[in-house]
Design a protein around this ligand. Structure first.
Ligand SMILES: NC(=O)C1=CN([C@@H]2O[C@H](COP(=O)(O)OP(=O)(O)OC[C@H]3O[C@@H](n4cnc5c(N)ncnc54)[C@H](OP(=O)(O)O)[C@@H]3O)[C@@H](O)[C@H]2O)C=CC1
Ligand SMILES: Nc1nc(=O)c2c([nH]1)NC[C@@H]1CN(c3ccc(C(=O)N[C@@H](CCC(=O)O)C(=O)O)cc3)C=[N+]21
Ligand SMILES: [Mg+2]
Length: 291
């Protein structure tokens, strides 16, 4: 058996085209562009690459991109003051503070300072609570992108056994919430899980969000299962995911590659959330079903 390779890059490009079409409608109705502000603290090269590609994708979709670069030793108060300014700026519909932040800065304090209605990352506790209780809000981009790929691949997810490996607030936990919303039977595994391979073996859907290169082995995968690899690990041989791709691809029904799988979806969903935010803030209808 050889798995279908899920082309997240192609899916993300299609999504970005559909977003761009609705951005044009928004501009005609509201008389301004949706705006995304991205804040980068320090000079971490990987973060700088992400921020640059987010800015390019934002402009390509017809939106306004506001980039703010602060020195690595910026004071917490100064960063919070910038967030306050962006919260108050009517041209800004979405605010993203690139994580991780340098160690002297309090990530929770910064995340919590962002207006929940401009929190296009979906990291604010208010948005986590909205997701958990079924209220409208913003859903973290990476898990939402994973669900889009899963539904495109499998259709209705009802009743499927899903295992999420990882329980972070930005990937694992919201991923589990979204799969629950799709009526999957959800198991969340983590570093204290006993016999991880047996837990994974019963899953129709495996989402790996661990941050350990090629940790999930092909022998753990149930034949025909769908495997979503969120991991981004830089190794001597290049970029690899959390799943042993060659091993898993020989038993899975479908699998996302790294690169070219989940990563491009994260950026496309960020643009989606920014457009949705702009529509809510201006009272302009966005056709979310068509996105
Ligand atoms: N493609 C994309 O767009 C994105 C990719 N990523 C990537 O996804 C990965 C996960 O990111 P993130 O959630 O932020 O990472 P975190 O480090 O915040 O969380 C990792 C999770 O994996 C669990 N874990 C660690 N070791 C093991 C193990 N041996 N067995 C089982 N579980 C384990 C941890 O468990 P415990 O809680 O017990 O410590 C934790 O819950 C990273 O590679 C990151 O780079 C992240 C965001 C976006
Ligand atoms: N506030 C905040 N929001 C985030 O969403 C956020 C963040 N901080 N910090 C870092 C993580 C990571 N992340 C990725 C985005 C795109 C790719 C991506 O496009 N990856 C390409 C490859 C890129 C490459 O070659 O390095 C791919 O997988 O094909 C990966 C990872 C967003 N994150
Ligand atoms: Mg983290």
């Amino acid at each position: 058996m050889s798995a279908n390779i899920i082309d997240g890059k192609a899916f993300a490009l299609g999504l970005r085209e559909r977003i761009a079409a609705q951005v044009a409608n928004f501009v005609a109705a509201a008389g301004r562009k949706p705006g995304l502000a991205v804040v980068l603290v320090g000079e971490d090269p990987a973060s700088a690459v992400y921020v640059r590609s987010k800015g390019k994708a934002t402009v390509a979709a017809g939106m306004a991109s506001f980039e703010h670069r602060l020195p690595a030793d910026v004071a917490q108060d100064e960063l919070l003051a910038l967030v306050d300014t962006l919260n108050a700026d009517p041209a800004v519909d979405g605010i993203l503070v690139q994580l991780p932040l340098p160690g002297h800065l309090d990530e929770l304090a910064v995340t919590t300072r962002i207006d929940p209605d401009k929190d296009v990352d979906g990291f604010h506790p208010v948005n986590a609570g909205r997701l958990a209780t079924g209220l409208e809000g913003f859903v973290p981009c990476t898990p939402l992108g994973c669900v889009m790929l899963l539904k495109d691949q499998l259709g209705d997810l009802t009743g499927l056994d899903a295992v999420v490996i990882g329980r972070s607030n930005i990937v694992g936990k919201p991923m589990a919430q979204l799969l629950l919303k799709e009526s999957c039977t959800v198991t969340i595994a983590h570093s204290r899980t006993r016999d991880l391979s047996s837990v994974v073996k019963r899953a129709d859907i495996v989402v790996a969000a661990v941050g350990r290169a090629e940790m999930v082995k092909g022998e753990w995968i149930k034949p025909g299962a769908t495997v979503i690899d969120v991991g981004i690990n830089r190794t001597a041989t290049g970029l690899v995911g959390d799943v042993d791709f060659a091993g898993a691809a020989s038993v899975a029904g479908a699998i996302t590659p790294v690169p070219g799988g989940v990563g491009p979806m994260t950026i496309a969903v960020l643009l989606r959330n920014t457009l949705v935010s702009a529509g809510r803030r201006e009272g302009v209808a966005i056709d979310e079903v068509a996105l």
